[in-house]
Design a protein around this ligand. Structure first.
Ligand code: HEC
Ligand code: HEC
Length: 309
């Protein structure tokens, strides 16, 4: 992941969009999408001597048929129809775990160099499960929830598993060697930096709607996940302590089973039956709840506190 040279990014990209919107056509921000449903399916190899060739073929297929989908325009800022291109969020929204390289701008939109594609490939292949292709996050996030997809801040892009994009990606995942492209269990890492920069100052220290802040009651002891700074931000040691205490109350990867997210959630919205403190969220659609859930799933990291929903 390369986050160094993103300074330019979004502004120019948006400018690109409005320029195009201005002349009323939506073309050019990326390679054409035709053909995405027509790609030749890859074949999985069972012969170990062809492993390198298989790997190369899988990468070439990805580069030709899948990577361009990330650039494909699907609406533009200010538009009411359609979602923005994947790159709008997955290049420039810096707190998202699934982050792609910044494409170089070309006459017909954007493209990645082969070297960049290799780095993107590293990231994208973390989102697939070749042992159980249909369960891959890469397929489930853009898929509508009614069709079995997962809730996705970026919106849903495919109404059903019949969508040609879905099919092309599924073919590709099926051809990947399972031994190498199966995610390890318990790989979820809940980010400390995000706790220190966003969760503590933005959530734990501020009471909403006149309620007491978590820090009023949870500054110390068994459930002391919200220490109070001495008139300023937490020291590193205090933040470490609060974060360590919180571990007992979260299940990495599983917000639904994390007491931290259930206790202050209203029972009508699926929260715990009792909490001697406050009900901060009425239901799970609350943007703050969603953002914290994404953090517990390991999907947001770093110091950018913008909500993900
Ligand atoms: C409007 C912003 C936005 C757009 C556009 C968007 N996404 Fe996302 N996506 C997010 C955010 C934020 C997350 C992390 C929180 C979540 O899962 O909702 C995410 C998460 C994901 C994940 C899970 C990543 C992980 O680390 O587990 C995948 C896969 C994904 N997006 C794929 C796509 C694809 C493919 C497209 C384009 C077809 C796309 N997204 C478009 C904002 C966006
Ligand atoms: C007015 C005081 C008060 C406030 C404010 C408060 N709590 Fe609590 N909280 C309690 C008490 C007392 C308990 C222990 C009894 C219980 O479980 O209800 C508790 C328990 C919890 C637990 C379970 C702890 C465990 O060991 O199982 C969690 C998680 C929790 N609170 C989260 C929060 C969060 C997050 C906030 C801020 C949004 C918050 N609380 C605000 C008083 C408070």
């Amino acid at each position: 992941m390369n986050r160094k040279n993103r300074g330019r990014g979004l502004g120019e990209w948006v400018a690109g969009f409005s320029l195009i919107a201005g002349v009323g056509i939506l073309v050019g921000l990326g390679p054409p999408s035709e053909g995405s449903g027509l790609a030749e399916p890859l074949r999985a190899s069972t012969d170990p001597s062809t492993d390198n060739a298989t790997q190369q073929a899988a990468f070439d297929y990805y580069r030709q048929n899948i990577e361009p989908l990330f650039l494909r325009p699907r609406g533009y800022p200010g538009s009411t129809s359609g979602n923005p291109a994947c790159v709008m969020c997955h290049v420039w929204q810096t707190s998202v775990r699934f982050t792609l390289e910044e494409p170089i701008q070309t006459a017909d939109g954007g493209a990645w160099t082969e070297e960049q594609s290799r780095r993107n490939y590293e990231v994208v292949t973390q989102l697939v499960d070749a042992s159980d292709p249909e369960s891959s996050r890469f397929l489930l996030k853009p898929l509508a929830q009614v069709a079995g997809g997962l809730r996705h801040t970026g919106g849903s892009f495919w109404d059903s598993t019949q969508d040609p994009e879905y099919q092309v990606i599924l073919d590709w995942i099926r051809a990947l060697p399972a031994a190498e492209f199966t995610p390890a269990e318990a790989e979820v890492a809940v980010d400390f930096q995000y706790y220190r920069s966003c969760v503590h100052p933005g959530v734990l220290s501020v009471g909403n709607y006149g309620q007491l802040a978590c820090t009023s009651c949870h500054a110390g002891g068994q459930a002391g996940f919200a220490p109070r700074g001495r008139g300023g931000p937490l020291t590193e040691a205090q933040a470490r302590q609060g974060f360590a205490t919180l571990q007992r109350l979260i299940v990495p990867g599983d917000p639904e089973r994390s007491r931290f997210l259930l206790k202050p959630l209203h029972p009508d919205g699926g929260g715990s039956y009792a909490h001697n403190g406050v009900r901060r969220w009425q239901n799970r659609s609350d943007p703050e709840w969603q953002t914290l859930a994404a953090w517990v799933r390991g999907e947001v990291t770093g110091t950018d506190c913008s909500p993900v929903y």
